[in-house]
Design a protein around this ligand. Structure first.
Ligand SMILES: Cc1cc2nc3c(=O)[nH]c(=O)nc-3n(C[C@H](O)[C@H](O)[C@H](O)COP(=O)(O)OP(=O)(O)OC[C@H]3O[C@@H](n4cnc5c(N)ncnc54)[C@H](O)[C@@H]3O)c2cc1C
Ligand code: FES
Ligand code: FES
Length: 479
């Protein structure tokens, strides 16, 4: 069944939006249509957390609570979900435990950031049963406060350990579940003036829309696409929203590879990949914020082809492949060679990324480093990734090195790899390999870093990697 009505749950009621503007942000809708102004606008680009709201999603007869940035979500993405705003936390004139904690621990001064912090901590309160410093810092990594300082906010969050974990949302859970089941997502097709929006529920439906609307812009988490509207102030005239396709929200593994479906939220992959490639998970911990990772996808990161896309050097070093489909064919391409120019890929009109395959290289050493000005929620100046197999004679049997931030696309360091292959990792070879990075990359200077700094950092990361490898493998260093 196809509908042009977006249905969502708000305050224990089903709300229906008939044929909404597909370019309207959720934040704009909340503030101007729902007239709820507790949710603030700071940056309008997902970077400050002032607009944090929480979405409840039906999952296996349970509700998943996700903090998201309303400024970079479109109102249409509410379909089938529960919307929770800061105003909804108060029940019968009683503040929510998270709000009480912020008051008791003086977590607010001017108050502009406070609703966003409250909502980020509310999502934490619902998703964990106890809250240590790491969980708290992770939960608020996407929220900026310019006047209170973070210590009182963290103290407020820690005090929640004394609470029962219950609230009026847990007491109303049965009712909310019933409502969410009632509005189970349908295929959505909206035509509003010259703007079109489609949200198919299955791959087959996606294929048939792509056949009819091959010029449409695909959108998954929308953390990149939405900025075209909020920052570039342009219209997106035809959008196909992928994230309603549940059959693409999966992580599978077999003996040879992990396969990640295109609509899998990055946050799910972050916890999964830890057991195979801990460094991958560490990089993802510093990728945007929880609000961003709750909705963005690896497929979206790949399709942006951004030179500073953080998963890209890691996936390149791991020899990953992408499964691409169109209306009738499936193609499996190596990621190496997929990026053909600044923000350009081999993807053609009518094609979409179905999934990503990451080989499971159990004997290899995998390392990744992200260098940025801030630890959290910051864009890389340089991101480096190393995948090395060393044989019993301490010789490099296989090596893949890839960098982001070093040229117009994320790219392998082929010259550098060549000299290291079959080497014994002597200091001399490593010095030569460092020098060869100058042949592999011609970085540019921009607001994040100078070309000299990027090259210096790239060389240092290579040296750091091999120092760590030598320590781990106890390889003798031949001068
Ligand atoms: C505040 C903030 C912080 C960020 N931090 C980081 C960071 O630390 N590191 C980083 O690398 N990036 C970061 N980003 C950029 C962005 O979040 C990532 O590139 C993200 O992975 C994009 O995924 P998405 O699902 O949101 O993509 P979308 O915005 O939905 O789409 C991005 C592009 O991919 C295309 N696309 C999406 N899905 C598919 C598909 N299945 N098949 C074909 N094409 C598709 C779209 O048409 C579009 O061109 C940040 C963004 C914001 C706003
Ligand atoms: S307004 Fe800054 S993250 Fe949305
Ligand atoms: S209380 Fe003023 S910005 Fe945080």
């Amino acid at each position: 069944m196809t509908s042009n009505i977006i249905k969502f749950v708000h305050k224990n009621e089903i709300v229906e939006l008939s044929n909404p503007d597909p370019n309207e942000t959720l934040l704009n809708f909340i503030r101007t249509k729902l007239k709820k102004t507790g949710t603030k606008e700071g940056c309008a680009e997902g970077g400050c957390g002032a607009c944090t709201v929480v979405l409840g999603e039906l999952k296996n007869n349970n509700i998943n609570y996700k903090a998201i940035n309303a400024c970079i979500a479109f109102v249409t993405s509410l379909e089938g979900k529960q919307l929770i705003l800061v105003e909804d936390l108060v029940s019968k004139n009683e503040l929510h435990p998270v709000q009480k904690a912020m008051v008791n621990y003086h977590g607010s001064q001017c108050g502009f950031c406070t609703p966003g912090f409250v909502m980020a901590l509310f999502a934490m309160y619902k998703n964990y049963s106890s809250y240590n410093e790491a969980i708290i810092k992770d939960s608020i990594q996407g929220n900026l406060c310019r006047c209170t300082g973070y210590r009182p906010i963290i103290d407020a969050a820690k005090s929640l350990n004394k609470e029962s974990g219950l609230d009026h949302f847990s007491r109303n859970k049965k009712i909310t579940l019933g409502l969410l089941k009632k509005i189970k997502q349908r295929n959505i097709a909206i035509i509003n003036g010259n703007k079109k929006y489609f949200a198919p529920k299955s791959v087959n439906e996606l294929k048939s829309i792509l056949r009819q609307e091959p010029n449409s812009k695909l959108i998954s988490g929308g953390t990149d696409v939405s900025l075209i509207v909020t920052k570039e102030r342009k219209n997106l005239n035809s959008l196909i929203y992928m994230n309603s396709i549940n059959e693409l929200n999966y992580i599978k593994e077999n003996n040879s590879y992990i396969e990640v479906g295109a609509t899998t939220p990055l946050i799910n992959f972050e916890s999964f990949v830890k057991k195979y490639f801990p460094d991958f998970s560490q990089i993802l911990k510093r990728y945007g914020s929880v609000q961003i990772r709750n909705i963005c996808t690896i497929a979206g990161n790949i399709a942006t082809a951004s030179p500073i896309g953080d998963t890209l050097p890691l996936l390149l070093a791991l020899d990953s492949q992408i499964v691409i489909k169109d209306k009738s064919k499936t193609q499996i391409l190596p990621l190496n060679g997929f990026f053909i120019g600044y923000r350009k890929t081999k993807l053609k009109k009518g094609q979409f990324i179905h999934s990503i395959r990451i080989p499971l290289l159990k004997k290899n050493i995998f390392k990744a480093y992200k260098i940025s000005k801030r630890i959290d929620d910051d864009i890389s100046s340089v991101c480096a990734s190393f995948n090395i197999e060393i044989n019993n004679n301490n010789k490099i049997k296989k090596i893949r090195i890839a960098y982001g931030g070093m040229t117009s696309i994320p790219k392998r360091a082929f010259n550098c790899e060549k000299i290291l292959l079959n080497s014994f990792l002597s200091d001399k070879t490593i010095d030569k390999a460092k020098k060869l990075l100058e042949k592999d990359f011609k970085p540019i200077t921009d607001v994040r870093a100078s070309k000299k700094y990027r090259m210096e950092v790239a060389k240092n990361l290579l040296e750091k990697c091999f120092l760590e490898v030598k320590q781990k493998k106890l390889i003798r260093i031949n001068a």
